[in-house]
Design a protein around this ligand. Structure first.
Ligand code: PRP
Ligand code: GUN
Length: 183
């Protein structure tokens, strides 16, 4: 597939690569200051958070450990079912750890509100959330997010880790798909 084929599928770029990296730098400076003297365990939520985890971790000028969890709440469609299943659990013991959950997007909030409670019950010293994107008009459950990148409209978005039918995760920007992709 040619690169131009992918570009033809995009209706609108919502957040550019440059804007993402500037925002992650800004959030990283806040995180470094907030966690001074405390080591962070970054918990990435597979698979969408792979890009934001990789770039945030490399932007941070502090020791971090990284672990991964895979949960499923969407099945194969574009609507959250609200039923969250653990597909891959953490390898780390969270007792006494300062956990920072790294997510790509908060849509309904169902995934993160469930995950927050789940990780808090494991004896962590603290559990906070860093999410690149949030859709304020889609939220069904309010989630206390300490570090947020961008509030975006209530459209289905792809890129920078986010997929449609497992494609488009490798886009450098966050975009809305053109209608012909769905037909
Ligand atoms: O706020 P919510 O409505 O719960 O939606 C957010 C969740 O949806 C996406 O994951 P998805 O289930 O699409 O899996 P993926 O990360 O493997 O693509 C995203 O990565 C979040 O985990
Ligand atoms: N790709 C993608 N996954 C999501 N999961 C929840 N919201 C979204 C979205 O807008 N795009």
């Amino acid at each position: 597939m040619e690169t131009s084929d992918v570009a033809n599928d995009l209706a609108d770029i919502l957040v550019t690569e440059e804007e993402i990296h500037a925002k992650l730098a800004e959030l990283s400076r806040r995180i470094e200051a907030d966690y001074e003297g405390r080591e962070i365990l970054l918990v990435g939520v597979l698979r969408g958070a792979v890009m934001v985890m990789a770039d945030l971790a490399r932007e941070l000028r502090a020791h971090v450990e990284m672990d991964w969890m895979a949960v499923s709440s969407y099945g194969s469609g574009t609507k959250s079912s609200g039923v969250v299943r653990i597909l891959k659990d953490l390898d780390s013991d969270l007792t006494g750890r300062h956990v920072l959950i790294v997510e790509d997007i908060i849509d309904s909030g169902l995934t993160l509100s469930w995950l927050l409670e789940n990780l808090r019950s494991r004896g962590a010293a603290s559990v906070e959330i860093c999410a690149l994107l949030r859709k304020p008009d889609a939220v069904k459950v309010e989630v206390p997010v300490k570090y947020i990148g961008f509030d975006i409209p209530n459209d289905f978005v792809v890129g920078y880790g986010l997929d449609y039918a497992e494609k488009y995760r490798n886009l450098r920007a966050v975009a809305v798909l053109a209608p012909h992709v769905y037909s």
